[in-house]
Design a protein around this ligand. Sequence first.
Ligand code: HEM
Length: 551
Amino acid sequence: IKEFQKINDPNGPPGPTQLPYIGRIHDLPINFMWLKFKEWADKHGAGGFYRTQMLGVNVLVITDETVAEDLLVKRAKYNSDRPNIQSLFDSKSSEGSMEYLPLMGRNKYWARQRKLTHAYITEATNVKYNGVMYHEAKRWMANLIQNPDNFQASLEDMAAKVMCQLTWDDPSLSTYCTKSAWGLLRQMSPAGPITNVLTPLWHLPMFMNPWKKAERKRHDEQSAWWQERYLTTRDKMAQGGRVRNCWTRQFIEKTSLKTNISGDYEASCVIGMLALVGIFTVAGPLSYWLVTMVHYPEWQAAVQKEIDEKCEGRMPTLEDAPNLPILRACIKETMRWKPNVPTGVAHETEADDVYNGYFIPKGTRLLPLDWAFLRNPKKYPDPDNFRPERWLEPGWPTFQAPLTQFPTIKGMTSFGWGQRQCLGMSLTQDELIVACGALAWTFNLKPKHNPATGMNHPVPLDKSNSLLIIKPDPFQMSFEPRSEKRKEEALRLWAESDARDRADRAKFFQEARLAQQTAIVPDNGLFDVLAEKKDEASIQIRRVNSYGPQV
Ligand code: HEM
């Protein structure tokens, strides 16, 4: 009784009644958890937040943007740590595992890896990703023409190819990279292994602990693959520069000479993680774009009309973005209506604090509930419906001019807060403009006819997985080329881009080989450095493998 009274202290923050130790874990469903959090928000969150508990852990659910601003931005100094994820080894990198930047505590590994990631993404954005997004969007359009029923896999593959190209100059790695990203995403999600919710199970001895054994295998495979990618890239460079511009090459050639990244192992992790994080994050809104366009043909027509007029018949590029506000409004409204990280990503407090008169103990998880922010009826009237006009017409609370600049997805609550704010906002916006623009230019996206029932296959609006980053459950739809001419043109664009890419690679490799034969390239000693570093790397990697993760 005493314990019950203590955790339900009437002077504490509001929230649902807690049971000793388990808190409210018994009626928090694993699936669609964000809906239950929102239900509690409607009952208890009048002040913009409420508290709950889970197996002894304090959670403050933030349901209002102003409170998120106060706690996560203004008090970022001590509210930017991350909670431990039980089913990963050393998820916070407190023991020096250095592996998962987005999950790290606010420590030195996080600080230097965030700096490097930010610099690399910014540089790639400034050079428009060396055309990689256009190339992959064209490949995807051709794939959709030739094999439309495989659209969900080819969509993820497009996002993965962009990241593998930017990271290792090798789009053929996309299949493995996607699988690897899935493995990590599942492992870190509350709806993944049961040990993320019933955390004490994780501490069973290894011989009777299937969860830990499975994670050991997943972890070791993933880190070995990251290391192999890194060393293979370096080998290729040492054998005649057979790698074009990419983040790994940039690290080996330039950054490694002046960085505080500790060495090859850490480099392979920060670079590998960067490749992974850009797959499902972008694939989510892109999948929801398909769902939305099927349900709102009038908005699809408006986007197509805008593209046809403003791009004069061309497939849109990033240069066209300022002239395409309807496209940008539909992208932003898709992300508002169907956010792909609906619970938000938790921060953890590093100091005791008092907020609005309520005591918040050190170690509290702060959960910025994106589903609640994006369904706030004051900011988003008619929040449950897809209304892109809220970004386009004066009179709506979210309207902002000029339309050449707004709407933009940059700064949306979905990208998080303060010191931990997402580093991929520009990349996401650019990839969505290119990919959604290409879809609108090439296809009419429609429901698919089911001859067995004589009706269309349903395209559900509310069926998804419940991982931390969600995507819609498999569905069927049709990709109808807008005309025979458009179809031919899309296929031609891909053939042309593919041929150019092959020719560029061949020319680059030939020149690099020639330069190596005539010893022009190694005059800066790069290859000697690389040869030496290779030995260091093998030593270091042997060390890392024997050190292993903290079990
Ligand atoms: C729709 C797309 C995306 C969404 C909704 C999203 C959302 C988020 C969220 C909610 C966080 C945590 C923020 C916080 O803790 O306050 C985050 C962190 C991060 N995101 Fe994204 N993200 C997206 C795309 C990307 C992409 C494409 C990349 C990179 C290519 C990326 C890289 C990162 C990184 C590196 C972090 C960790 C930042 C840190 O912990 O300091 N994200 N993202």
